[in-house]
Design a protein. Structure first.
Length: 368
């Protein structure tokens, strides 16, 4: 099952809004017959890839003695491809080991039930917690209709994200910045507020690692950001989505739309863009070609980060802590409204990782 997850990760960033899936076929002696993974949205599923490879290399008889390992329940419906459960049954595979049940309503146990109804021995729940965490964005999107929100920030030891003059580049080290580019390459979208966009003119692209470019989302309630920003003018402008409030007439709108980008108007809530409405719409049509956007990396300043925390919209909090002090500066967060210890946001699971010279806190709103 660990190998299934390793294979599945090869499709990260390319299969959304589908889940990442890997499959391994093993014979009775423990020999690996074939491996497969879901490589791109609309492409063949992992089980089909592995089975077809085993047929080419070993012939149909080998499959009748094989065990198929897969980290997610084989599908039982027609989507972009035919049902994998039927493909398994057709080729006489006698045993299937599944990491977790697929929460997608059109599957949700039906694939397992179909396999068992045709005499296939099915074992479910192997490394289930790891499989759920691995496809956390997929599970979250199926259950809520919203993208999984990962808030990324970096602070000093004394809790500042910028000096008192507003300088913030670079608080974290080179390895931390490279890791952020890895996240951009596998998550569907990256979002910043207007303050960050105006102050830093960020590209929000993947540059230091290999990978596809995410959808770039900028919040611009008044539509006042300058049209010269890289988000609106560079070669990735087609992947930029600007979010403005009612009545806003941004100067960059025509230029951005001509380049293939998008401008959405969203309602306000308490004088600010309605973040819940934004996440719901992103979950429906925020991805490339209007596909659902399943995961979102938010590279926020204190104001946007505080708003997300206060509204309970942070699913994962990834915080770099750098070995430096400012003494004074811009604090990590503004007032969260916490008056008692038990009122503050909590993380049901967390871990710490050393990343070069920095310490990375990985906090999760759900246990797994």
């Amino acid at each position: 099952m660990v190998r299934c997850l390793e294979l599945a990760f090869r499709g990260a960033g390319r299969v959304s809004p589908n889940p990442m899936v890997g499959a391994v076929l093993v014979d009775t002696d423990g020999q690996v017959l074939a491996e497969g993974w879901h490589d791109r949205y609309g492409g063949p599923h992992a089980e089909r890839v592995a089975i077809e490879e085993a047929l080419r290399r070993h012939g149909p008889e080998a499959l009748r003695r094989a065990t198929l390992y897969v980290n997610l329940e084989p599908c039982a419906h027609y989507g972009k491809t035919p049902p994998c459960a039927d493909f398994i049954i057709t080729h006489g595979i006698p045993r299937v080991v599944v990491g977790m049940v697929d929460p997608f309503p059109q599957v949700a146990g039906r694939g397992i039930a179909r396999l068992r109804a045709h005499g296939v021995q099915v074992e479910v729940g192997v490394l289930e917690a790891a499989c759920r965490r691995f496809n956390e964005a997929f599970v979250h999107h199926v259950e809520t209709g919203r993208p999984l929100v990962t808030l990324k920030m970096a602070q000093t030891l004394d809790g500042f994200v910028a000096t008192r003059t507003g300088q913030s580049r670079w608080i974290s080290g080179e390895r931390a910045r490279k890791l952020v580019h890895c996240w951009r390459a596998v998550l569907d979208g990256v979002l910043v507020g207007s303050g960050t966009a105006a102050a830093d003119d960020p590209a929000l692209t993947v540059r230091h690692v290999e990978g596809r470019q995410p959808v770039r989302i900028v919040l611009d309630r008044t539509g006042g950001l300058p049209p010269t920003l890289r988000l609106f003018t560079d070669e990735q402008a087609a992947r930029t989505l600007a979010i403005v409030g009612p009545g806003a007439r941004p100067a960059y709108a025509a230029l951005l739309q001509q380049a293939g980008g998008r401008v959405w108007t969203l309602p306000l809530r308490d004088g600010h863009l309605d973040l819940e409405a934004l996440l719901e719409r992103l979950g429906r049509e925020g991805g490339p070609d209007g596909r659902p956007l399943q995961s979102l990396l938010v590279e926020a300043g204190p104001r946007l980060a505080t708003a997300l925390f206060r509204q309970g919209l942070v699913d994962r909090f990834f915080l770099f802590i750098a070995p430096r002090l400012f003494g004074e500066g811009v604090p990590l967060l503004n007032d969260l409204g916490v008056r008692a210890v038990d009122e503050g946001p909590r993380f049901e699971a967390h871990r710490w990782v050393e990343v070069g010279e920095d310490l990375l806190f990985l906090g999760y709103s759900r246990a797994g």
